[in-house]
Each structure stands twice: as C-alpha cells, then as structure tokens.
Write a protein that binds this ligand. Structure first.
Ligand SMILES: [Zn+2]
Ligand SMILES: [Zn+2]
Length: 281
C-alpha cells in the first residue's frame, strides 16, 4: 500500500516527456530536470542525448541499487545544478521521480526514489577525456514506507528484543559506522530502517499512535498488531529518522493514505510524534 500516485503518475506507465513538462515545466533537455514551482526533481534515465558515454543507468545486479549518472558533459562532474539537486533532495524536501526512456520522446515512470549516497567512477567525457563522473545510488522510496504487516512477529523477535526502549532509541538514532562501498551502504541503511521500524512498534507499546486505541488483535505469537507508517517529508533528516515513523492500527493507516482528510491526519501525526519524541529525548 505505497503511495504511487504522486501527481497522478502511475508506476510503469509511459508518458511523453513533453507532456510531463507541460505540467511541471523545468528543463526539457538533459537527464535532470528541476522544476521551480514543484517540489520534485525529475530524473530521466538512459537519455541517449545526454548519456552517450558507455555507462548505462539502471539497476546494479551486485548491490541492488539503481545507479544514475549525474550531469556534466566535459571535465569532472561537480555538485552543481542537477547533481546538487539529487544529492540534497531530502534536505530540500524534493521528491525524486525517476523515468526511463523507452524510445524517442517517451519515458516510463519507475516511481519515487531516495538518493542514499553517491560514488565516482572514471568515464570518458564528450571530448573523450577520462574524468570523474558522479554515480548516484538510488533506492525506491516504497522501501521506506514500512507498510507491509506480515513481519510484525519478526520485528518483535529480532535481535534487539532485549533492549529497553531507551537503548533501542539510541540505537535507532545512531547513524552508525560509515560504510565504504555502495553495497555496505545499502546494507547499513536497510538495517537502520529495520531498527527504526522496531523502535516505532516498541514506542507505541501496543497502542495506535494515531487514535490511541489498543491494537485490534494479537498475532499468532501474541504480539499486538500495528503497522508502521512513514510520515512523508520532514524538514530535516531523511526518511530514516525516528520521528519520521509512526505505528498505526490498520484503520488509521488506511485513513492517512485514502481518507479525505489524509494529508491533515498525516500532519497531525507528524506533530504528535514530534512531541512524543521531545518528551523521550
Ligand atoms: Zn488508530
Ligand atoms: Zn503508510
């Protein structure tokens, strides 16, 4: 139950790039478009006109990350313009929307992504001189939404089971060891996400953080059933922050996604979690 309907875009649907720009505006050429009036950064993958240099954007089979090469035709790539927009999108509160060219002028929407990090590789530039190219490491935003419910028992019985709420909180806040390879970075990140998910359930302690009612039922193993929702867009920090998640009963969770007043409810949750976290800190 992830929200794939941002600006009514449908995942895997094909769009004419021109039509996207008639809505969002922004640069109509090149791989990275930064519309001024919308909180989005549009990424166009494998655009033949801007990405002719032997490296293909796409899923890396070893790391499971989506690699996206930054912009800059000559010389080392730098963190300006579109490259800066990708790197800073969480701080800037921008949604990264990824499209892939399927043919001339036509792109397929791959969904909203989060930029975890980047690394550099040597690639020839337009003049065929070797230079540093920035490769952004992207993961689907839906991976952070924690909206699957099947693993409640797994979360409760995980390695952090013995920790007190306070200990778990410290662990969830710890950004951890700096990983040196893209794969390590991904592993560290997902591990953290899992800890944060556990933390939200433990913080809720069997009571929905939305409506304040007890979890509607207990699982086979006797754990109160709640779902973890990711509160979209926070001013500082990424999607992996302890105040970006909330444990909800299924009703509240449906409400925040599908309710008429879903956005207001989400805002209410953001404030509520913020004040809960203030009392815990
Ligand atoms: Zn509820
Ligand atoms: Zn949710």
């Amino acid at each position: 139950m992830t929200d794939n309907t941002i600006y009514d875009l449908e995942i895997h649907k094909e769009y004419r790039r021109r039509d996207l720009h008639s809505v969002f505006k922004g640069q109509m050429q090149g791989g990275i478009s930064t519309p001024a009036k919308y909180d989005v950064v549009l990424l166009f993958s494998s655009n033949k006109s801007s990405n002719i240099y032997s490296f293909e954007d796409g899923w890396n089979p070893e790391t499971g990350l989506y690699y996206y090469v930054g912009e800059g035709q000559v010389g080392d790539m730098t963190f300006q313009g579109g490259n800066k927009a990708i790197r800073d999108h969480l701080i800037d509160n921008k949604h990264l929307l990824l499209f892939k060219y399927v043919r001339q002028g036509i792109v397929k929407y791959l969904g909203e992504f989060v930029c975890l990090n980047h690394h550099c590789i040597l690639l020839p530039d337009r003049d065929n001189n070797e230079r540093n190219a920035i490769v952004f490491e992207l993961v689907p935003k839906s991976d952070f939404d924690y909206e699957t419910s099947e693993d409640v028992d797994e979360i409760y019985s995980s390695e952090n089971y013995e920790l007190s709420l306070e200990q778990l909180r410290l662990k969830a806040m710890n950004r951890g060891d700096s990983a040196s390879t893209p794969l390590e970075r991904k592993q560290v990140y997902y591990k953290r996400c899992n800890i944060i998910k556990q933390y939200a359930l433990r913080r809720a302690n069997g009571v929905c953080e939305g409506c304040g009612l007890s979890a509607p039922f207990y699982t086979d193993k006797g754990n109160p059933f709640l779902e973890v929702h990711h509160i979209d867009r926070i001013a500082d920090g990424g999607p992996d922050e302890i105040d970006a998640v909330v444990a909800l009963c299924p009703n509240c969770h449906r409400k925040v996604h599908y309710g008429q007043d879903g956005p207001q409810f989400n805002e209410f949750l953001r404030q509520k979690i913020k004040s809960i976290e203030n009392t815990l800190s």
